[in-house]
Design a protein around this ligand. Structure first.
Ligand SMILES: Nc1nc2c(ncn2[C@@H]2O[C@H](COP(=O)(O)OP(=O)(O)OP(=O)(O)O)[C@@H](O)[C@H]2O)c(=O)[nH]1
Ligand SMILES: [Mg+2]
Length: 320
């Protein structure tokens, strides 16, 4: 299958856990090429996906100001001279209110065990809280972990130093190599500090193979990516109460004709997505189409799927 980034040949093909693959592949290769897997964890909204996009240099994960935007793990690939870093973006840690939330937390927690490095991301513009401490605690078993203090563009310089000190303490005692944790101030939005972060990461990766061929920057298949782009545009246009209730799935793919269902949980939510005279739905479609391959004909349908967040079979079909 093709994605916006080319032919998708994910190491996850064949039902092999892509993260489990990482540790087993390191053994034999001693070519001098460095590679490895880096999990990006943190509480919801700290900017993990924006950071992954900035590091990859391309949008591979949708972002929004709403909490709980990333719902499933995905991989983004950084290719450089003599190295390849596979970033694992994860759902943000939060107090779960339903099965979807439980699965999101489990996906994030499960991502740290067999990667080479864990990045614990915190938001410089907010106080470090229990969610950050929980995220840091999941990194305890990791081979190596760093704290990334994101959104430094939102903090005055003189306030940054105490933030960095507090953040660096998050990983103290967290296990191998985590004492006096290295702390990276970055702005995923402006790009400040991103090159330094990538450069440091590469130094901690073992020698290993190229997991993804050149030109592949994500493991998200084109169909799933299209549904994600539509969901991103819905999130950007609905009020605070709705984002958690919305899911998107492609039900017909006959390129360039693509039919996407926008699921909501209750009948009363349909008009919110559709908007007066269908205006909001039209805007969602236009903005989504602008990010797809040229010529796409995107048909959007809003449908009620009652309590889908609590139904295991629907969650699994949605890839959550
Ligand atoms: N000012 C500023 N905003 C940022 C920065 N990084 C991310 N944001 C904003 O923070 C919000 C959340 O960003 P995401 O990347 O979706 O956050 P996330 O941690 O992936 O969130 P979840 O997937 O819900 O866990 C968005 O509105 C981003 O534009 C940054 O460096 N500076
Ligand atoms: Mg995210």
């Amino acid at each position: 299958m093709t994605s916006p980034y080319g032919e998708v040949t994910s190491p996850s093909d064949g039902n092999v856990d892509p993260i489990a693959v990482s540790s087993s592949c390191h053994g034999g290769d001693r070519s001098g090429f460095r590679s490895g897997f880096v999990a990006v964890v943190g509480r919801t909204g700290v900017g993990k996906s924006t950071l992954v996009n900035a590091m990859v240099g391309r949008k591979v994960s949708i972002t929004s100001s709403r909490s709980g935007t990333t719902r499933a793990r995905l991989q983004g690939v950084i290719n450089g001279e003599g190295y390849q870093v596979v970033l694992v973006d994860t759902p943000g840690f939060h107090k779960p209110h339903n099965l979807l939330g439980e699965r999101q937390n489990a996906a994030a927690a499960g991502s740290v065990s067999s990667v080479d490095v864990v990045l614990v991301v915190v938001d410089a513009s907010r106080e470090i809280g229990p969610g950050d401490r929980f995220a840091a605690s999941t990194a305890r078993g990791a081979a190596k972990s760093f704290v990334v203090v994101n959104k430094v563009d939102r903090v005055a310089r003189h306030r940054l130093l105490p933030k960095l000190l507090a953040a660096s303490r998050l990983l103290v005692g967290a296990g191998d190599g985590a004492d006096g944790a290295e702390c990276f101030p970055v702005s995923a939005r402006s790009g400040a500090g991103i090159a330094e972060l990538v450069g440091s990461l590469v130094g901690f990766l073992p020698e290993g193979p190229r997991y993804y061929p050149d030109g592949i920057m994500s493991d998200v298949p084109e169909v799933a990516w299209t549904a994600e782009i539509v969901r991103e545009q819905v999130l950007a246009r609905v009020g605070d109460e709705l984002p958690h209730s919305v899911a998107c799935r492609i039900v017909d793919w006959d390129w360039p004709r693509v039919r996407c269902e926008i699921l909501v949980e209750r009948e009363s939510q349909k008009p919110i997505v559709i908007g007066a005279g269908g205006k909001r739905l039209k805007a969602i479609g236009e903005a989504a189409r602008g990010q797809l391959a040229p010529g796409a004909y995107l048909e959007l349908v809003v449908k009620v799927e009652r309590n889908w967040q609590k139904r295991p079979e629907i969650l699994s079909r949605l890839g959550y």
